[in-house]
Design a protein around this ligand. Structure first.
Ligand code: ZN
Ligand code: ZN
Length: 411
């Protein structure tokens, strides 16, 4: 019996308690940077499992279990919920008005706690150090950076590898891995362009920022369609365009909010410099009296899985779950702030996807070709991962991935 199989013999009896933890978390979601009850629960549990626990970055929690010489593995879960009103009708639906675990971070917390407990209980089967990290505020892209800014790198042993998973609208019982980019880099950009205000009846006295902003929006469509190499991935969305208040006043400025997604740092840099060039060029063409202003916010790094780590974890998953349950992960256009943590330590990582949809439902909708319409995705008010086997598979994935490193050095 392998070390992870030995450790996972304890899983069945843990699942009852884990389901309770999960439904408790789901009933009481907490918004980004407000994960007080969640982080208290996590800290108490980790302490009771025998971990050395520290609070880092406000509501962030890290548990360290040193178990002799060997590799250091860091596994991460995020804890925050979203400002969404739950519409699942589940018996354990959110009891907090306007707040919901609509991205499944409650699954991440419960499964990492389950794995942390089993790995601690099975410490005779491995050697090294296991670090269970619970970060706040993933949804606003601020939590991993908050932990780093608060001294995470100096506070825990340097990992050799970092691991994380995300529950997705894919069939439960399966995991999805891929080398290279798996989640996009995300950049939000607030652009202010300046005009010359005037009475609506006297356009000749104005530099009209409404016309200026409109031509910027049109010209920005060419960044992806004409400037980005076919086959390279980029998204440029103008999500908001605001100018003026009434019909008979030409305003003196316009504001545009842009969202950019890319899988490649060079593509990202080129897209952003194209945006700046187009905005500045259109301002010059309009005779804008002042330089445009560019302000970045809600920035997410690229998540690009290390091939060596991913191969090792994928082989371990395939050996454990069987080839039918391990698939290549489809690239997601969504973004995550997990990779800042391994990047801060300068270590490789892999981030895999965990199925959360009842497999029968998934198969039926896939046959009808209506998965995208009929299965609520992350951030939907109807997002509802099935508890079984999602929690069990999530715990197993964490244990198997960690043990693919830690079990090389049995005590
Ligand atoms: Zn999310
Ligand atoms: Zn998420």
């Amino acid at each position: 019996m392998s070390a992870s199989q030995k450790i996972l013999t304890g899983l069945e009896s843990e699942l009852v308690g884990l389901r309770d933890i999960y439904t408790e978390l789901h009933r009481h979601p907490e918004l980004s940077l407000e994960e007080h009850a969640t982080s208290t629960l996590v800290a108490e549990k980790l302490t009771s499992f025998g971990y050395q626990v520290s609070r880092i970055g406000g509501t962030g929690v890290v548990g360290v279990l040193v178990n002799g010489d060997g590799p250091v593995v860091l596994a991460r879960a995020d804890m925050d919920a979203l400002p969404v009103t739950e519409a699942t009708g589940l018996t354990y639906a959110s009891e907090v008005a306007g707040v919901m675990h609509a991205c499944g971070h409650d699954v991440h917390v419960a499964t990492l706690l389950g794995a942390a407990k089993l790995i601690a209980a099975g410490r005779d089967s491995w050697a090294g150090t296991y670090i269970a990290l619970f970060q706040p505020a993933e949804e606003i892209g601020a939590g991993s950076q908050a932990m780093i800014d608060d001294g995470l790198v100096a506070a825990v042993p340097k990992p050799d590898v970092a691991l994380a998973q995300h529950v997705m609208p894919l069939p439960a019982g399966t995991v999805y891995t891929t080398s290279g980019p798996v989640l996009s880099a995300g950049d939000s950009l607030r652009i202010t362009v300046h005009g010359q205000g005037a009475h609506g009846s006297m356009p000749h006295m104005s530099v009209d920022p409404v016309v200026l902003a409109a031509s910027i929006v049109v010209r920005l469509q060419t960044v992806v369609s004409r400037e980005t190499k076919p086959g390279d991935f980029a998204v440029v969305t103008v999500g908001a365009l605001n100018a003026g208040t009434t019909s008979n006043i030409i305003p003196d400025r316009a504001t545009l909010l842009l969202n950019v997604r890319t899988y490649d740092t060079q593509v990202r840099d080129r897209v952003i410099s194209s945006i700046k060039r187009i905005v500045s060029g259109e301002c010059a063409a309009a005779g804008s009296p002042r330089e445009p202003e560019f302000q970045f916010y809600d920035q997410f790094p690229l998540t690009s899985n290390d091939p060596t780590v991913t191969d090792r974890v994928t082989s371990a998953f395939t050996a454990h779950f069987g080839a039918d349950a391990v698939h290549p992960a489809p690239r997601q256009t969504a973004s995550e702030d997990f990779s800042r943590i391994p990047d801060a330590f300068g270590v490789p990582y892999t981030f895999w996807l965990l199925g959360g949809v009842d497999p029968e439902t998934y198969r039926a909708t896939a046959l009808r070709g209506t998965v995208a319409q009929d299965i609520p995705a992350n951030h939907s008010p109807a997002f509802a991962p099935v508890i079984d086997p999602t929690l069990s598979v999530g715990v197993q994935a964490h244990v198997v991935a960690a043990l693919s490193y830690l079990a090389d050095h049995p005590r």
